[in-house]
Write a protein that binds this ligand. Structure first.
Ligand code: ZN
Length: 259
């Protein structure tokens, strides 16, 4: 249901018109989105990003980039929230879960990981894993491999991102771009063969030289779609970049179960 319809529904409630209310419920206000249920994306992070870069942590920054999505409810969740931010009632209505973790992977409860895996594989919830979350428990459980990169080095300056699969929905509106990025992950990345490599990239080293690697990869895991995005180091304001923000929006819409 569109925002406009919610307002009309609200007015119906206020003036106590049962007829108006039922008209709303049956989609009588013929708006393009009439009757559409809001979908839900949960953005989870662990609260370890530096405040000077991410005053609202990474979940807050990513959530802000998703605000323009129409007919989506955007919820932030943190490991410090009750039930590690994902009580059953929220997890069970999430269409997409975005995950950024780094230092607290081991604190995530195995019971929660099992629930996330079940939601993805059996119910089709989308999962989007960001940067250091390649080692997050849900990431590893869904991939079924070590999920390690060949090397991790904080000696780079920029990352040139190249659109490798321009017809993919996650690449919509994205042209090749460059971001400041001070950490590089090197191939090989120990994951199953992806269904698509949407983005590739080249890290430029401070000392000179280049290091190419895959940046945006997609899989189908059971009924659910999975997207991993390598960029997103916590000392670089990557998630404030307009291209990355568009990629996040595209990824959410792509990862959502087909209605
Ligand atoms: Zn990092």
């Amino acid at each position: 249901m569109s925002k406009k319809n919610w307002i009309v529904c609200g007015l119906g409630l206020l003036i106590g018109g049962a007829v108006l209310l039922s008209a709303c419920a049956t989609g009588a206000h013929a708006q393009p989105q009439a009757g559409a249920k809001k979908r839900c994306v949960v953005v989870w992070s662990e609260g370890t990003a530096p405040k000077r870069v991410y005053p609202k942590d990474i979940n807050g920054a990513v959530a802000e980039s998703l605000a323009p999505l129409k007919d989506w409810e955007v919820v932030t969740a943190s490991i410090t929230d009750p039930e590690q931010g994902l009580p059953d009632a929220l997890l069970n209505r999430a269409d997409v879960l975005i995950w950024w973790g780094h230092k607290r992977h081991d604190l995530v409860k195995d019971e929660l990981v099992a629930k996330i895996v079940k939601r993805v594989k059996e119910d089709g919830m989308g999962f989007i894993s960001l940067h250091s979350s390649h080692f997050a428990k849900p990431n590893k459980a869904l991939m079924g491999t070590a999920c390690s990169w060949g090397a991790y080095k904080g000696d780079s300056t920029t990352l040139d991102v190249t659109v490798k699969d321009p017809s993919h929905p996650i690449a919509k509106g994205i042209k090749d771009f460059t971001i400041n990025h001070s950490e590089r992950y090197s191939e090989p990345y120990a994951v199953p063969d992806p269904k698509s490599v949407v983005f590739e990239g080249v890290h430029t080293l401070k000392a000179g030289g280049k290091d190419p690697s895959r940046i945006g990869l997609c899989w189908q895991v059971g009924k659910g779609k999975f997207f991993y995005f390598q960029a997103g180091h916590e000392t670089n304001p990557v998630f404030m970049d307009k291209n990355v923000q568009q990629i996040m929006r595209n990824a959410v819409e792509w990862a959502a179960p087909v209605q």
